[in-house]
Ligand binder design. Structure first.
Ligand code: NAG
Ligand code: NAG
Ligand code: NAG
Length: 805
């Protein structure tokens, strides 16, 4: 699986520029009545029996559709209004005429759409060319689907039939899209500028779909920064629309700003607890365009109040090597507010953004529980837009692929050997393990949720995939997606907490490493390694095998992270070699860096016990590629454990500040790594993971942020990434209870809470991807957290709709 995943990613590069538009296509509930009758109104109706509540696509109720009163005149504005109660990202609209079991014959040949985000200010939708009129139906029964490009972000929609000659019209309607998880109501930016350079086409970098007020500063609207379309590497090129150069970007020139920054203000629907913000930037440095050099953001909760003085921000690593456009992540450190003001500082003459998105907590993890139903509108084959971007260096791509293949083969061989050994050695245990699979906290969370509530809060269901404009034949019988409905029925009937794996994938996933898992509550609120119960028992009976370290010899240098129960510090110690009674061949008793996990003094007894258990377990791990426990302080509070740390910090930061070694980097003294170095580090990770697997330990959070780099590219696997603010955007928080590294998790871990050696292998695949892309981006960076989770559903269904990294 990960072979395909890796090769695909590395060879095609980032091909998914319109993923959001292609994923976000769920019917919003006209057909299935999640939109209630009272939320469908109209400017008028012909009779009671053709009232607005009968405007439901594919239904034949009342007299079969909504019909406005009288003959529709060319100058009339008659509308059908749908109130969605919260903001939705609407990508598609479906219309149908009045068929009424062959007695009707009215339909709307064309229509337009108005929308509102507050029910008060109404705006007219326009396409990229500024056209409002959408081609509607040609007969009284066929459904016609129209993509909305740009999509609409709104809570109220009006569908307005349009006619050239007086005539009777009737309509049935469905809206398609998804909840607008960002919650962004408007942004305010300085007007975009025009790029002019000798010998270069003029590029118009204005926000041409902005729907608020225009002027020197745009305000109270949304536009190209939220349209789901990412700009290409060359900012003068655009996606498929026949528009002017620079269309996908909004850009500014340093010269026209007074202080060297651009100020952007964001307004949200309600106070949110923000994890991170992602800004998609152009980096065509040869044309004077770069990502921002740093960003600072301020927060406030009410319009009138002042900005809270404390800012959060990021200083970026500038890149003079790779001209591709990219997402830059700004960690927002769980700050709360409904308004954010960010300053983006220029790193070059120009700065160009094509998309901005936000990740904030509180989103219910309900997507996967969505009940699947029969498709309402005909489902055509999915066409995920894949633009194969020519890579700057095909050669590097090929080399990487070859090396990866080797790595993968080595790893496969190692795993195979390991599995064989296990099969030979412990057939009895496997049987036992098969019998009891206790799922971890994840499904426990699901089990605790009230299903009906979930369905109310997320009234979306079947997703449809017509991306091309030539649509369907609705008279054809609707094709059911068997696996899909099957799986939904299963999960509807079954209590997930107790479930064993679905039939559907029992064949494909051997559960050779499922264990009766003991979850340890790690010191910083993370869940530590999952360890087989047997092992825990045997281990915890023994004494702690490392010595008590004199606390006063620890010199704090830096806080690495913190969590619910404690903190992780980077410390310096002297005399460590003496303490460890290491042979004093390198008798340099120099200060050494260590990481110190410290439990707060006032925590619960369970947390204390878990901490002691964690110490006992970690103290058994002895492998050159696993961070080792060096000592503990358990005589008095606060309890702490001292582990190795490596001088070059974590692998994520290490790689993100480097380029692939080339003559260019060598000549210019640019920090770099060679492919050989990367391969060497990858094999060390594989080796450490193999060791963990041999003990039946499941790491559950393998990622570059959890690998530490020492001298000469030596590498050790650690586990404190989760506690670090820097990486909070890599974790998804379920209702404040558990945090999950969803972008690194195999689908069965996300959907069923199954963490096994196999899911560690998946994470290893993602880690390799990170390494060979030098950690320049998050995995699936174009997807929001919710979409990542949704995507795992596609991995499960495996109908080719899943988005690869
Ligand atoms: C943006 O620039 C284009 C090209 O000059 C122009 O046609 C369009 O009206 C502008 N749109 C806005 C909203 O300023
Ligand atoms: C941008 O302009 C400001 C002042 O106008 C100047 O201080 C700063 O150095 C400029 N930045 C770049 C990257 O040119
Ligand atoms: C924001 O969310 C984090 C994680 O759930 C939580 O620890 C923090 O207390 C929240 N902040 C506020 C002010 O609610």
């Amino acid at each position: 699986m990960y072979l395909r995943l890796l090769l695909l990613t590395l060879l095609t590069g980032h091909s998914t520029s319109e993923v959001i538009l292609s994923i976000c296509r769920y019917a919003l509930g006209m057909y299935d009545r999640t939109i209630r009758d009272e939320d469908i109104t109209a400017s008028s109706q012909w009779y009671e029996s053709t009232g607005p509540q009968f405007a439901r696509l594919q239904r034949e109720e009342g007299d079969g559709a909504w019909c406005p009163a009288g003959l529709l005149q060319p100058e009339d504005v008659q509308f059908l209004q749908i109130h969605l109660h919260k903001l939705y990202f609407i990508t598609l609209i479906g219309t149908q005429g009045r068929h009424a079991r062959a007695t009707g014959k009215e339909f709307a040949r064309s229509y337009r759409v108005d929308y509102s985000r507050n029910g008060d200010r109404w705006l007219s939708w326009k396409d990229h060319q500024g056209q409002q009129i959408i081609k509607g139906n040609v007969d009284e029964y066929e459904v016609v689907l129209n993509d909305l490009r740009p999509p609409i972000i709104a809570s109220h929609i009006r569908v307005i039939p349009v006619t050239k000659v007086p005539m009777t019209v009737c309509m049935r309607v469905e809206l398609y899209g998804c909840a607008w998880y960002d919650g962004l109501k408007s942004y305010s930016i300085p007007e975009g500028e025009t790029y002019m350079a000798p010998g270069h086409p003029i590029a118009y970098l204005n926000d041409s779909t902005y729907d608020g007020y225009l002027g020197r500063r745009l305000f109270d609207g949304l536009g190209q920064l939220t349209d789901g379309v990412l700009g290409l590497d060359d900012f003068t090129q655009s996606h498929q629309y026949r528009v002017w150069p620079g269309y996908d970007y909004v850009g500014w020139k340093n010269e026209s700003t007074r202080n060297g920054y651009v100020e952007v203000e964001f307004q949200f629907d309600r106070p949110r607890n923000f994890t991170s913000m992602k800004v998609h930037c152009n980096n065509k440095f040869t044309k004077g365009v770069k990502i921002f050099q740093r960003a600072e953001c301020l927060f406030k909760s009410r319009q009138q109040s002042d900005w809270e003085p404390e800012s959060v921000g990021v200083v970026t690593v500038l890149d003079d090597k790779n001209p591709s456009s990219r997402f830059v992540i700004i960690p927002l450190q769980q700050r709360v507010g409904s308004f954010i003001l960010c300053r983006f500082y220029f790193a070059d003459t120009w700065m160009m953004f094509s998309e901005i998105s936000f990740q904030s907590g509180n989103a219910l993890l309900t997507i996967m529980l969505r009940q699947q139903r029969e498709p309402l509108a005909p489902t055509t084959i999915n066409h995920m837009v894949k633009h194969d971007e020519p890579k700057t260096s095909v050669l590097i791509g090929c080399l990487v692929a070859i090396i990866l293949l080797l790595v993968v083969i080595i790893v496969l061989i190692l795993w195979k050997q390991y599995i064989q050994k296990r099969l030979e050695k412990a057939p009895r245990r496997i049987l036992e393990e098969d019998a009891t699979v206790r799922l971890s906290f994840y499904s426990y969370t699901i089990g605790n949720n009230n299903q009906t509530q979930i369905h109310q809060s997320n009234p979306t269901y079947e997703r449809i995939f017509p991306l091309d404009l030539d649509y369907q034949q609705p008279t054809k019988p609707l094709r059911k997606l068997p696996e899909l409905s099957q799986s939904a029925e299963d999960s509807g009937k079954r209590n997930l907490t107790k479930s064993t794996p679905h039939q559907g994938f029992q064949n494909s996933v051997p559960h050779y490493a499922e264990t009766d898992i003991v979850n340890l509550q790690g010191v910083t609120g993370n869940n530590m390694y999952a360890v087989p119960a047997l092992t825990v028992d045997s281990l915890t009976k023994k004494d702690i095998s490392v010595g008590e370290f004199p606390r006063n010899q620890l010199r704090m240098k830096e806080k690495l992270g913190e969590g619910q129960f404690g903190e992780v510090h980077l410390c310096e110690v002297e005399g460590l070699q003496d303490f460890l009674e290491m042979s004093s061949s390198d008798c340099s008793n120099q200060p050494v860096l260590v990481a110190v996990k410290m439990l707060r003094a006032n925590v619960t007894k369970t947390a204390r016990n878990d901490f002691l258990k964690e110490i006992k377990i970690i103290s058994r791990l002895k492998h050159p590629n696993i961070i080792r426990l060096l000592g503990v302080c358990v005589r008095d509070d606060p309890l702490c454990m001292i582990t190795e740390y490596m001088e070059n910090g974590d692998l994520n930061q290490f790689l993100s500040q480097r380029e692939i070694r080339s003559q260019f980097t060598t000549a210019n003294n640019i920090p770099s790594v060679s492919l050989h170095n990367l391969l060497y580090m990858a094999t060390q990770i594989a080796s450490g993971m193999k060791y963990l697997a041999s003990l039946n330990f499941v790491h559950r959070d393998l990622a570059t942020r959890n690998c530490l780099v020492g001298n000469n590219h030596t590498l050790k696997i650690a586990d404190f990434g989760m506690s670090r603010n820097l990486y909070s955007g890599d974790y998804y928080r379920i209702q404040g209870r558990a945090v999950l590294p969803i972008r690194w998790m195999a689908w069965e871990s996300i959907l069923l809470g199954k963490f096994t050696t196999s899911s560690d292998v998946w994470a290893f695949g993602v880690t390799l991807w990170e390494m060979f892309t030098l950690c320049k981006e998050q995995p699936y960076s174009v997807l929001s957290d919710e979409q990542v989770i949704e995507n795992t559903g596609e991995f499960f269904r495996d109908q080719g709709r899943q988005v690869m990294i």
